[in-house]
Design a protein around this ligand. Structure first.
Ligand SMILES: NC(=O)c1ccc[n+]([C@@H]2O[C@H](COP(=O)([O-])OP(=O)(O)OC[C@H]3O[C@@H](n4cnc5c(N)ncnc54)[C@H](O)[C@@H]3O)[C@@H](O)[C@H]2O)c1
Length: 313
């Protein structure tokens, strides 16, 4: 099914993630959106979260009051899963992170939804082939992994299961764009997929350094925010390799040493790439221009930081 055939969407679980996911579909995509949750108490909470998020958008002039009202009107809240399932061409699962619950929900949705409906999970840590192991529509399941708060943070990982069709994958990708998200293609399924694995690696080291007494929690946060965190909006680790000129360093300082024993294929792939001594993205002929663009961006942000510091002092 193509993205243009998606007319109505559903979000199962209207908690921290689900309410914001629903806002994206209703506000930017213009889709009538149904949220289903277990009881009225949960739905009352979702309703309150939606209202306050839309009010904040208006308050910050991201949207007009009439857009907020129209978005609100497009969202239906229900405890009836069948109502959601029968009225959705695309369903996002955003319930509790428990594999058995997600599997059971996927199986039920598989039975209740029309045959063309695509069902995706927002799981943080499971893989879609486990969550959807029991469904018949193996070609129409996938993963969309949002980041909190999902109605604000734009990036969404988009991944396939082993049997997800290219058509389904392209539809999911385009739908994310229609909902004003920035989809990130993940080529393989593995627990934690891409971004959570990178975040977790940093989290592990951060907690270890704190536990070893290397720095206080406050100093660790300060260090991250004022150093590589300061650069992050402009450069991640791959772009940093380019812009810091690491690709130009002498081989012995840049290329991991080849082990005496057997090298794993992954380690070998990394070593061979580093041995090339070429940037990932920057044209070596235009390196100086790229540095100037970077520095102008940093200076702009530095001015913001200085004015914040002046205001708070
Ligand atoms: N919170 C985050 O930062 C974050 C980020 C990315 C992904 N996720 C993932 O999103 C999913 C939801 O997380 P959350 O933080 O929104 O949790 P949450 O607890 O805030 O919300 C989950 C909602 O699902 C409802 N629910 C539970 N079981 C249900 C069922 N069987 N049917 C219908 N509704 C059900 C709950 O009542 C609750 O309202 C999880 O898989 C989580 O790993 C969370």
């Amino acid at each position: 099914m193509s993205q243009s055939n998606i007319k109505r969407v559903g979000v199962v679980g209207g908690g921290t993630m689900g309410f914001g996911i629903a806002i994206n579909f209703a506000l930017w995509g213009g889709y009538p959106t149904t949220i289903q949750d277990l009881n009225d108490r949960a739905l009352t909470r979702s309703k309150r979260l939606i209202e306050s998020a839309l009010n904040l958008f208006v308050d910050e002039s991201l949207i007009r009051p009439d857009q907020a009202a129209a978005t609100y009107d497009k969202i239906t809240l229900t405890t009836d899963l069948a109502q959601l399932a029968t009225n959705s061409d695309f369903v996002t699962e955003a319930i509790v992170e428990r594999l058995s619950d997600k599997q059971q929900l996927f199986n039920t949705l598989d039975q209740l939804c029309p045959a063309h409906t695509i069902i995706v999970s927002n799981t943080s840590g499971f893989v879609i082939s486990d969550i959807g192991a029991g469904v018949k529509r193996q070609d129409k399941i996938g993963l969309t992994h949002y980041f909190a708060p999902p109605h604000i943070v734009p990036g969404v990982e988009v991944a396939k299961g082993p049997q997800t069709s290219d058509e389904t994958y392209n539809t999911i990708y385009k739908l994310m764009k229609a909902a004003h998200r920035i989809p990130i293609r993940v080529e393989k399924e593995l627990p934690g997929y891409l971004i959570n694995r990178i975040q977790a690696a940093m989290g592990r080291e951060t907690h270890r350094l704190w536990a070893e007494g290397v720095a206080t929690a406050e100093e660790i946060e300060l260090g991250i925010k004022t150093t590589f965190g300061f650069r992050m909006p402009h450069e991640g680790p791959m772009a940093h390799y380019d812009l810091a000129g690491i690709w130009k360093w002498p081989d012995d300082t840049r290329v991991p040493k080849k082990p005496d024993g057997q090298e794993s294929p992954i380690a070998e792939k990394i070593r061979l790439r580093m041995a090339e001594g070429t940037p990932w993205f920057v044209d070596p002929e235009k390196f100086d221009q790229a540095i100037e663009v970077r520095d102008r961006e940093y200076i702009r942000r530095l001015k913001e930081l200085y004015s914040e510091l002046t205001e708070s002092s």
